[in-house]
Design a protein around this ligand. Structure first.
Ligand SMILES: [Mn+2]
Length: 343
C-alpha cells in the first residue's frame, strides 16, 4: 500500500504567516535535527544568512558538535553553536525556529510545546507533529529548502547568491539530484530560478558528490562487502556498520552520509536499510525506499518508534549488534507478509 504524500493541514497562507512572524521578531534562534544532512544545513544556513541580512539577532543552535565537512562551503556554516539541551524561555522578542524537524525531539532537546512559546516550524515531513505556534509544513514539498524558498518569495525577502547556494544544496540533496519521486515541476521551477540567481549546478554537485575522504571510502567498502539482498525478486537490501569499523578506518559518524542512497542504485532493489552502531552503543537504522516497494520507509520505521517520510526514515533497533542483520531481515520480511496478506 502506497502512503499518499499529502499534508491536509497545509494552506498556502501558511507561507505568509511564517514570513510575517519572521519579520515581527528581532531575535531568531534556529534549530535543526541531529545528524544534519544537506537539507538541514542548507535551510539553517539560508535562514541564518537571511536573518543577518535583515539585521536580526540570529543564532543557530545544533545538536551535533561536528557537522559534515562536505557542506563547509555554505555561507554561515561556521556560525553554528553546539547545544544538546537548550533552555527555552518565554521572551517577548525571541522566535524559536525549527527547520526540517518532524517533531521537536529530533534535535536539540528542551522545548515543551505545551508551554506555548513563540515557535515557527518549517518542514516537509508528512508525519510532522505540527508542534509550532506557526506551522509551515507541506508534506508534498521536496525539501525544507523548497519550503524556505517559497516562504522567502511570499514574504518578499531578498534571496542573495549565498542564500541561493544554501537553498539549492538542500533541494539537490533531498531529491537525490532530482531523481527521487518527491521531485515536482515546482522543484524544477525553483531550481531554475536559483540558477537565474547565479547558481552553478555542476559546481555545487561536485562540491557535494566528489568530496569523499579516503577514510569514508574504506568505511563504505565495509558496508558494501556485507550487503545482503533478499525478499521476493530481491527487492530488499540491508547492511551493517559497527563501532569498530569507524575506529579502524578512521571515519567519523558523518562518513555514512549518502551511503544509503548509494545502495538504492542496486538493480531491482526497492527498499534498503543501513544499520549503524553508534559510539554510545545505540543501534540506528537508516531506511530508504522507492516506488514499487510494498511499504514505505516511514511506514516501516514508525512501529519501531522511528519516523520520517515515505522515501527516507530512521529508527532504532534494540538488539546486540551481531544479531542486528538477522533481526532486521526478519522485521522486513514480517512487514512484507503483513502487506501482502492484510487479513
Ligand atoms: Mn529534508
Amino acid at each position: 500500500m502506497k502512503t499518499m504524500m499529502t499534508n491536509k493541514n497545509f494552506n498556502p497562507d501558511d507561507l505568509i504567516s511564517a514570513s510575517t512572524v519572521l519579520k515581527n521578531f528581532g531575535t531568531w534562534k534556529i534549530f535543526t535535527h541531529k545528524k544534519a544532512d544537506g537539507d538541514a544545513l542548507g535551510s539553517s544556513t539560508a535562514l541564518y544568512t537571511a536573518g543577518k541580512n535583515l539585521g536580526k539577532n540570529v543564532t543557530w543552535i545544533n545538536p551535533d558538535e561536528k557537522l559534515p565537512e562536505t557542506y563547509k562551503y555554505l555561507s554561515g556554516y561556521d556560525a553554528h553553536e553546539f547545544c544538546e539541551n537548550f533552555t527555552f524561555e518565554n521572551l517577548d522578542d525571541v522566535l524559536y525556529i525549527f527547520l526540517d524537524c518532524s517533531n521537536h525531539e529530533r534535535g536539540t532537546l528542551g522545548l515543551e510545546p505545551e508551554k506555548n512559546l513563540n515557535v515557527l516550524n518549517v518542514d516537509h515531513h508528512e508525519d510532522n507533529s505540527l508542534f509550532g505556534h506557526v506551522n509551515c509544513v507541506d508534506g508534498r514539498a521536496s525539501s525544507t529548502c523548497e519550503m524556505l524558498y517559497r516562504l522567502f518569495r511570499a514574504g518578499k525577502f531578498e534571496i542573495t547568491h549565498e542564500i541561493a547556494v544554501s537553498l539549492y544544496t538542500g533541494i539537490l540533496t533531498d531529491t537525490g539530484g532530482f531523481s527521487f519521486s518527491n521531485t515536482s515541476p515546482l522543484t524544477h521551477e525553483i531550481a531554475a530560478n536559483l540558477m537565474e540567481l547565479g547558481i552553478d549546478p555542476s559546481e555545487i554537485s561536485d562540491l557535494i558528490n566528489q568530496n569523499k575522504t579516503p577514510a569514508d571510502f574504506l568505511l563504505w567498502s565495509r558496508a558494501m562487502s556485507r550487503v545482503k539482498i533478499f525478499g521476493p525478486e530481491n527487492i530488499f537490501a540491508i547492511t551493517v556498520l559497527k563501532k569498530s569499523d569507524f575506529q579502524e578506518t578512521g571515519a567519523d559518524m558523518t562518513g555514512t552520509e549518502g551511503l544509503s542512497s548509494m545502495f538504492m542504485t542496486i538493480r531491482g532493489v526497492k527498499l534498503i536499510s543501513t544499520i549503524t552502531e553508534y559510539p554510545n552503543g545505540e543501534i540506528r537504522l537508516s531506511i530508504r525506499s522507492r516506488g514499487g516497494s510494498p511499504f514505505g520507509a516511514g511506514e516501516f520505521a514508525r512501529p519501531l518508534g522511528g519516523g520520517g517520510h515515505e522515501m527516507a526514515a530512521g529508527a532504532k533497533l534494540d538488539c546486540p549488534i551481531d544479531d542486528a542483520m538477522e533481526v532486521l531481515e526478519n522485521l522486513i520480511m514480517k512487514k512484507y507478509h503483513e502487506c501482502s496478506n492484510p487479513d
